[in-house]
Design a protein around this ligand. Structure first.
Ligand SMILES: [Zn+2]
Length: 239
């Protein structure tokens, strides 16, 4: 028997959402439809990409710096389409992300600065997650959760105006494999999800035709709840 799956109601209490991803285009393709629906509801959304995405090309015509700059502009275009409040890039080299103590501290700092109440990030434990940067981003985001709440951890971060102890109350993992317990119908906002994904022209140069793989994934998730397109998450129990 199919377990009961919650939909958008899983996010009823969300007011400030932070999304920790590895690369420009991760948020848009993994959870852009859900994020956009939350933005429509007035949720403040902060997007964090840990890497510059500066190896994301199939030929070596561009320098890594040029590609990083292009991808930053694409990120800002997509953020406008999805009504995100602010984007951050932590500047790590693409393809070499590790969940070290420095990355943990930078992410904890963002939890404290943004006062986000909800985290979306990659599921670092999904056995099918072949991209090491995705695993590392998810691991670092989870590892930063607990220290960010502790006043003796990096206390200088708490001296900034507006900063406070981390106050994340809920964690949702995207790319959770078969263990999803939240499935969100994104059919009504699918045009915005596709538009935000297509803003990453460097990754999807053929436009919508470059996104057949994404539609196939979202269609497959949609079949779980009988709708054309859906996105899925695993909510972690964090206490
Ligand atoms: Zn990625």
């Amino acid at each position: 028997m199919t377990p009961y799956l919650r939909g958008l109601e899983a996010f009823t209490d969300v007011q400030r959402l932070i999304v920790i991803a590895a690369h420009p285009d991760d948020l848009e393709t993994m959870c852009g439809g859900t994020v956009y629906q939350l933005a429509q509801r007035g949720v403040e959304i902060f997007s964090v990409n840990c890497t510059l995405g500066d190896i994301g090309a199939q030929d070596a015509a561009l320098s890594r710096l040029e590609l990083a700059n292009i991808r930053q502009r694409e990120t800002e275009t997509a953020a406008r389409i999805l009504n995100l409040r602010q984007t951050f890039n932590l500047g790590r080299p693409d393809g070499e992300l590790v969940p070290d103590l420095a990355l943990r501290a930078e992410i904890a700092h963002l939890y404290r600065r943004t006062q986000a109440d909800t985290l979306f990030t990659f599921d670092p434990y999904w056995a099918g997650q072949i991209h090491p940067d995705h695993r590392a981003a998810g691991q670092a985001a989870l590892d930063a959760y607990m220290p960010s709440k502790m006043p003796l951890y990096r206390p200088e971060q708490l001296n900034e105006a507006g900063a406070g102890r981390g106050c994340l109350a809920r964690v949702f993992l995207f790319s959770p494999g078969a263990e999803a317990n939240v499935v969100v119908d994104v059919t009504a906002v699918y045009p915005q999800k596709i538009a935000a994904s297509m803003a990453h022209v460097s990754q999807f140069p053929e436009g919508e035709a470059s996104l057949d793989w994404l539609k196939a994934i979202d269609t497959g998730i949609g079949e779980k709840i009988g709708v054309p397109y859906a996105e899925q998450f695993k909510q972690m129990n964090v206490w």
